[in-house]
Design a protein around this ligand. Structure first.
Ligand code: UDP
Length: 317
């Protein structure tokens, strides 16, 4: 197969590129480096089955040659990133998805949308099955991401129903691992970078809010299986083991051996109080489930951040 991956220089896009290449496929990677980083694909540059195009998918997009799949992973995806880039976030979910769908139709390619657990908002149902419609504030600061992804889902289903396009739709829950951006503001990267730099660990609120953290190799296996074997309905891919943010801080402090203090900060607006995927559908349809325990995944992620050195860990200037 030859597949196009938008956001290929991002955290998930780069691992997904690796996954397709590992099975002998060809990958065309697209990225405009708003939040992606060239280092994430440096090891792929010059490989015969990998092509890279620096391009913003929210503008007109054409790729020469046959394509069997288009995987739309481009988007700022951490709360501070989409607060910093609110309009590009809305555009890549809306215009970028439309461009990618149009290209898929023209190429008779399978289309795969990277959606998010954010479509469930601050959920009133716990854990969240795919049938839950969510509790999202459209006009809050997170609305730019949540509503862009909800629009992207609606657009994908419209192309599926109206044009008969072969589509997939994954709802990705909190994922962590090597190649996260050191200062992208997400909780796992923040805590590890803070612990390694001996800065205070910033817990927002009282730390009793929960998340369910999936190690990147598990997430990518689920996504890959969904691309190959799934159907058009939304599918949650994530780890169903739930932790409080405070528990995560304890794990990070223990595994780094850091004596950084904990500092409590105000909870961001509309921060979901709980989040945990119901993965019954993925288990049955794909025979997939995550296997990396939090402590193992966090240990590997600590190694990655250590390897970057203090310069890349320094605060954004
Ligand atoms: N969080 C925190 N300290 C940080 C960064 C995040 O306590 O330095 C909390 C945040 O308020 C949220 C959870 O950790 O409750 C997960 O945040 P993240 O930004 O990773 O992603 P989200 O799941 O909110 O999209």
């Amino acid at each position: 197969m030859r597949v196009l991956i938008s956001g290929a220089a991002g955290f998930l896009g780069s691992h997904l590129s690796d996954r397709f290449l590992a099975d002998g496929h060809r990958v065309v990677g697209l990225d405009n480096f708003i939040t992606g980083h060239p280092d994430n694909i440096a090891h792929l540059m010059g490989q015969p089955r990998f092509e890279f195009v620096r391009h913003n998918i929210s503008t007109y997009t054409y790729v020469a040659g046959a394509l069997d799949g288009i995987l739309h992973f481009a988007s700022p995806a951490s709360p501070i990133d989409y607060l910093e880039h609110p309009i590009p976030t809305l555009k890549v979910g809306a215009l970028g998805t439309h461009n990618a769908l149009g290209l898929a139709l023209a190429k008779h390619a399978r289309f795969f949308l990277a959606s998010t657990s954010e479509v469930y908002g601050d959920p009133l149902m716990h854990p969240q099955p795919e049938t839950y419609w969510g509790n999202v504030n459209p006009v809050g600061p997170r609305g730019v991401y949540d509503e862009a992804k909800r629009f992207a889902e609606a657009m994908t289903m419209a192309y599926h129903r109206y044009h008969g396009l072969d589509t997939r739709l994954v709802r990705i829950f909190n994922t962590y691992g090597p190649r996260m951006r050191p200062r992208d503001g997400r909780v796992v990267s923040n805590f590890i970078v803070q612990a390694l730099s001996n800065e205070p660990i910033t817990i927002y609120g009282d730390g009793s809010q929960t998340r369910s953290f999936c190690y990147v190799s598990d997430e990518v296996e689920g996504i890959y299986a969904l691309f190959l074997k799934g159907d058009a309905d939304p599918t949650n891919i994530g780890n169903p083991t739930e932790y409080t943010v405070r528990q995560l801080a304890e794990v990070v402090l223990e595994l780094t051996g850091s004596s950084a203090p904990i500092e409590y900060r105000p909870l961001p607006v509309d921060d979901p109080k709980v989040r945990r995927p119901d993965i019954t559908r993925a288990r049955k349809m794909l025979g997939w489930e995550p296997s990396v325990a939090l402590r193992d995944g966090v240990a590997r992620t600590i190694e990655y951040f250590r390897s970057l050195g203090p310069e890349r860990l320094a605060p954004r200037g």
